[in-house]
Each structure stands twice: as structure tokens, then as C-alpha cells.
Design a protein around this ligand. Structure first.
Ligand code: PLP
Ligand code: ZN
Length: 363
């Protein structure tokens, strides 16, 4: 199986240890799954790997690496809102969907040591799956990352480096180390295998509801859930399961909104922003590396990009907690944005992801 460079179209075997093409372009996968059909699932497997026929897996390493990720319930929160409980995961965030597939791939191509940068959750995930896979792991997090996320990473025997400055700077420092020391960059943004895992968010919704909801809210930082969802929906269109894209509403932080600004200014690249400190640490990405690709989707499918009002994040978190749902601040930001959206547009039935657990963030 091959990667294709998104810039110069060079092809490269997926066994490569190069995190991107020499021309600087990021890899895409040259992979087309079979038409989606629920009869193709492995119903005896109770993890995202029940959908593995739609994933580009090499070999069976996933069997020893899966921690039972996925299969998260969709609950009816109120008359309008369906919540997908993606914090019911081995490391308490949706990132396990992507990390399970990415680390299975790493194992199958003989990687024995990885580096990765993260606002915390992806680092938790990669550290946990590397621990299960017996792969050495070093994670870079920006200063200010929730101490509980850092503790979790350490508990999985990964090395943690706390990098001064922004999340974007943290990524640069990690990439420099990867380039310098030739360590595999097991990064959720760069590596296309991660998105093959986040696709399962939509597969599950369809299996659970037997339909795709008309309005889908998605937090948008680097876009790992966003891209996975769009890819899966495109597969569903190709498979005649749906005839058009549902309405997608992407949520950015009010204090860091390179995509919302790009749409406002009609640019083809995200607008460079210097993030102001926000409680929504998971989506505070000023320079999203797949920005051009994400904006193409945004324009192609008329995706709305809205921002989460910072002053209402705690209100949203308290509201959900008062109904038994304890989520982290970044996830509360998505709900705060939904509340604002309804105030402006009226009642809106929607599917909203509960991406990260409340026990992970302090503030
Ligand atoms: C809880 C939570 N929600 C949403 C996101 C956003 O994901 P992405 O940056 O892939 O768009 C993250 C990313 O770390 C996160 O931790
Ligand atoms: Zn290239």
C-alpha cells in the first residue's frame, strides 16, 4: 500500500519512516475501502476494529494492541440533542480511535520508538497504545497542559517534555527532534492512519441510529475528528447510504479561530493567529498543518464554522454536569457554541461529540 504526496503526487510505500514527502507535502493514503455495508462488520469484535474491513491495516497487530476503544453510546440528552459519549474510551478521549489504528500501523512496519506532540489527549492515547504495543514513546506537550493529562502520559512509561510557549511551538520542537534523531513521528495530524480510526465515529453513529443526523457539530483544532467524519460521510455518499452531506457545523475557540477567520475573509489558507489563552486547550491550534485540505472541505460542503464563547464554557460544563455528564473544558466549548448557535438560529436538532472526560482538566 502506498502514500501519495498531497503536494507533488509522489508515491511512497506506507512502510516509510518519513513523516512527510521531501517536498514538504503531507501524505494521503492511496486506499479505497469497499462500499460501506453493515453486513461486512465483524460483529464479534467489540471495538473500532469491527469495521476493519474499511481500514487499510497491514497484518493483525491490532489484535494485540486494541484496548476496546470505540463502541461509545449515543444518548438522547434532550428533545433536540444527541450526544456521542466519546469520553467513554480507554484513555478518556476520542483520540483513542485514531491512536489505536496509528500505533497498530507502527507495529506492523517495525517501528520501535516514536515521538509525538499534543495538547494532552492525543499524547495520552499514543502513550497508552505504545505501552500496549511495546513501543518506546516520547511526548511533547505545551506548558500549561493539564497536569492530569501529563500524569497519565507518564504513567504509561512515556517520556514527557513540557515545551515553553504555544501548542504550535511545541509541535515545531517535536518535529525538529524527529528530523534530527530520525525517530518515527507518530503524529495524529501528519499521519493518515489516524484518520482511518476517527472515521469510525460516523460508522458507529450509523450502526447505532440506522441514519445520519441532519446537523453534526464537530470541534475543530487540527481537524482529526473533522477529517475522519468527512471521509466517512464521503464513503457513505459513494455507497449510496446518504445522498448528500448532512449540515456540518465546526466549532473553534473564540480565542483561536484560524478557520472561522479564513471563511470570513474567503481565503484558501487558514488565517495565521496567535492563540490567546483559552480554556478550550484542545482546539487552540493557531497553525493547523492540514489547514488547506480542511478549508477545501469547508468550502466544498458549505460547512459553517462558528466560535465557542469563552465566557460560556463553564456554564456549558456546569449544565452538562448537572445532568450527569462530566466533560473537559474543550468539550464544554462545543456545547457552549451549540447553545449560542440555537440562540441565533432557533432550535436545532444535533449530534454533538463528548470528546474528553472532565477528570482530565482542572481550571
Ligand atoms: C477534548 C478534545 N476535543 C477536541 C479536540 C480537537 O481535535 P482536533 O485538534 O483534531 O481538531 C481535541 C484535540 O486535542 C481534544 O482534546
Ligand atoms: Zn511531495
Amino acid at each position: 500500500m502506498n502514500y501519495i504526496c498531497s503536494k507533488c503526487s509522489l508515491t511512497m510505500d506506507v512502510a516509510t519512516k518519513k513523516s512527510r514527502c521531501d517536498c514538504g507535502g503531507l501524505w494521503k493514503l492511496d486506499f479505497k475501502p469497499p462500499k460501506f455495508d453493515l453486513s461486512l462488520l465483524d460483529r464479534d469484535n467489540w471495538s473500532i476494529f469491527r469495521y476493519r474491513v474499511f481500514m487499510p491495516l497491514l497484518g493483525n497487530e491490532w489484535e494485540n494492541i486494541s484496548l476496546g476503544e470505540g463502541m461509545t453510546p449515543v444518548i438522547q440528552f434532550n428533545e433536540d440533542v444527541l450526544l456521542k459519549m466519546d469520553y467513554f474510551m480507554p484513555t478518556l478521549s476520542f483520540k483513542d480511535r485514531g491512536a489505536a489504528v496509528l500505533i497498530s500501523h507502527c507495529k506492523s512496519i517495525g517501528v520501535d520508538s516514536v515521538v509525538q506532540d499534543s495538547s494532552g489527549n492525543a499524547g495520552n492515547s499514543v502513550a497508552a497504545y505504545c505501552a500496549k504495543a511495546g513501543i518506546d514513546c516520547e511526548i511533547f506537550v505545551p506548558e500549561g497542559t493539564s497536569p492530569k493529562k501529563i500524569d497519565m502520559i507518564i504513567s504509561h512509561n512515556a517520556k514527557v517534555n513540557i515545551v515553553p510557549g504555544s501548542r504550535d511551538n511545541c509541535a515545531n520542537v517535536c518535529r525538529a527532534k524527529s528530523d534530527r534523531e530520525g525517530k518515527y513521528y507518530a503524529n495524529h495530524v501528519y499521519n493518515p492512519f489516524f484518520y482511518e480510526g476517527t472515521k469510525t465515529y460516523i460508522y458507529e453513529v450509523y450502526e447505532q441510529l440506522n441514519r445520519i443526523p441532519e446537523n453534526i457539530f464537530i470541534p475543530l483544532g487540527n481537524g482529526t475528528l473533522f477529517i475522519g467524519i468527512i471521509k466517512a460521510l464521503e464513503e457513505f455518499i459513494e455507497s449510496n447510504i446518504i445522498d448528500k452531506m448532512p449540515r456540518i457545523i465546526a466549532v473553534q475557540s473564540e480565542y483561536c479561530s484560524p478557520f472561522a477567520k479564513a471563511v470570513e475573509m474567503k481565503t484558501v489558507k487558514p488565517v495565521k493567529v496567535i492563540p490567546k489563552p483559552t480554556m478550550a486547550e484542545g482546539i487552540a491550534i493557531g497553525e493547523p498543518m492540514r489547514g488547506g485540505e480542511i478549508l477545501e472541505y469547508i468550502y466544498k460542503y458549505n460547512i459553517e464554522v462558528i466560535t465557542a464563547p469563552e465566557t460560556r464554557i463553564l456554564e456549558a460544563r456546569a449544565l452538562l454536569a448537572s445532568k450527569g455528564i462530566y466533560i473537559e473544558h474543550t468539550t464544554a466549548a462545543t456545547y457552549a457554541a451549540y447553545m449560542k448557535y440555537c440562540e441565533l438560529n432557533g432550535r436545532t436538532p444535533a449530534l454533538i461529540p463528548m470528546c474528553g472526560a472532565g477528570l482530565k482538566s482542572d481550571h
